[in-house]
Design a protein around this ligand. Sequence first.
Ligand code: ZN
Length: 128
Amino acid sequence: MAALMELAAIDAGTIETLRLRLCDERVAATEAIESSKRVMANLLDARRDAADDEHDPEGPTVGVQYAESSALLQNSRHHLDQVNAALGRMTSGTYGGCELCGTEIPLARLEARPFAAHCVRCAQVVGA
Ligand SMILES: [Zn+2]
C-alpha cells in the first residue's frame, strides 16, 4: 500500500488537473461505448435487411465490421473501468501509488496516463 507521505509529492493543483482530465476521459469513453453500441445495432439491422450482405464485394463484411465494433466497445469499457478506478483512488487518497508494489508512480507517467494504476516496472509485469 502506498503511504500518504509518498502521495503528498503530488500537489493538490496537479491532482485537480489530472482529475479533470480523467473526467473528460470518462465522458469520451462513455460516448465511445454508446457509439459502438449504436454501430453494432445498425449492423444487426442491416444484416436483417440484406441477408446476402456477406457476399457484398465492396468493403468489409457486416461480420467483420461487427467484430471491430465489438472490440472497440470492449476497449472503451476497459478504459472506462480504468478511469473510474483512478477517480476512486483520488477519492480514497491512494491515487499516485502503484497498486502492486506501493511505490510512487512518477508524475510524468501520470500526466501521460492519468489512469495509470501501476509503476512502470509493475506495468511491464502485469502488461497494463
Ligand atoms: Zn509497482
